[in-house]
Design a protein around this ligand. Structure first.
Ligand SMILES: Nc1ncnc2c1ncn2[C@@H]1O[C@H](COP(=O)(O)OP(=O)(O)OP(=O)(O)O)[C@@H](O)[C@H]1O
Ligand SMILES: [Mg+2]
Length: 308
């Protein structure tokens, strides 16, 4: 098996419709993920994340380009790839006539695990996702978040070498989200590789070692969350209340972002003193905090939208 868990080269996908108007969902995506890595795929709605995950997980054929999972071509050798991967699909539906316990167990058995292993892994996954109390209730009677927990438990219990998770924590409460993060960290420590999508950028930052931002079917950024923040010109943000009308005072100190009446200056630690000084002299209240990945995302994707 190769060094890379996943290697994608120039993947393109055009969805053809009956009227002949195609949708170019992917316009040449290349990426590579090392074994044991946790990588997040970020992007606005419609950017192409789910399309990429579906192609990489053998569910959809690309228009052109190649993807290899552990050296196997996902288009030519799907039967070699499938035992090595597991998928939490976006808007996956549980089997309503099964209980979470039955669902996890049956899935593991279908993937070829022995009874004892399947039973032990089922109990472990239900416990980790906090599903013990509802483990024997039909899925149809569960809350939305409980169903999502059951989906995640089912897939994580496989401990597959490569996992694709399309918005796995959607609808989960903050405790359950953290349980998912813990499980994913544990799985990668054991050697699994994880590619996930999420719109929660705090999650992407807490969980992924590296991220890709896609926009309109192209990779716009690749690197760590730290790299992304540095790209926008600073790691600190000074928030100036009612600073919106005083842009000229702060123009020289870094990138300015206006939001309502507030003005944000994205800057480095060396300029903080001067900025606070100017704010004080002009009787403006200012606070300093770290730049978030969300701000970096908004800036990087925003620039690309403006450039069009
Ligand atoms: N079956 C399909 N037929 C035609 N167009 C499609 C199909 N599936 C997706 N698309 C289009 O392809 C583009 C990419 O969709 P995709 O589902 O990959 O986006 P996404 O990044 O997962 O978005 P989201 O964050 O909303 O889940 C969108 O413009 C979408 O409308
Ligand atoms: Mg999607």
């Amino acid at each position: 098996m190769t060094e890379e868990a996943l290697l994608a080269r120039d993947v393109r996908k055009v969805y053809r419709s009956r009227k002949g108007l195609g949708v170019e969902a992917l316009r040449g995506v290349s990426l590579s993920i090392r074994r044991g890595e946790r990588v997040a795929l970020l992007g606005r709605n419609g950017a192409g994340k789910t399309t990429f995950l579906r192609i990489a997980s053998t569910l959809l054929i690309p228009t052109s380009g190649r993807i290899h999972a552990f050296g196997f071509d996902v288009v030519d050798e799907p039967e070699r790839v499938r035992p090595l991967i597991a998928v939490v699909p976006q808007e996956g539906k549980p089997f309503f006539h099964l209980t979470p316990r039955e669902q996890v167990y049956c899935y593991l058995r279908a993937r070829g695990f022995a009874r004892d292993t399947a039973r032990a892994r089922t109990e472990e996954a239900l416990a980790k996702m906090g599903l013990e109390e509802v483990g024997d209730r039909l899925s149809v009677t569960l809350s939305g978040g409980q169903r999502q927990r059951a989906m995640v438990a089912t897939v994580m219990a496989t401990e597959a070498p490569l996992m694709f998770l399309d918005e796995p924590t959607i609808g989960l409460d903050p405790f359950a989200r953290r349980a998912v993060w813990d499980m994913l960290r544990e799985l990668t420590q054991k050697g699994s590789t994880v590619l996930l999508t999420t719109h929660y950028l705090d999650e992407a930052e807490a969980l992924s070692e590296r991220l890709y931002i896609v926009e309109e079917g192209r990779v716009l950024f690749e690197g760590t969350a730290e790299n992304a923040k540095r790209q926008i010109g600073g790691t600190l943000r000074v928030s100036i209340e009612d600073g919106g009308h005083q842009r000229n005072l702060f123009q020289a100190f870094g990138q300015l972002v206006e939001e309502g009446n507030a003005l944000y200056v994205i800057t480095g630690p060396e300029r903080i003193h001067e900025i606070m000084d100017v704010a004080l002299r002009n009787r403006l209240s200012a606070t300093v905090g770290p730049v978030t990945l969300e701000e970096a995302f908004l800036t990087i994707v925003g620039r690309s939208i403006d450039a069009e």
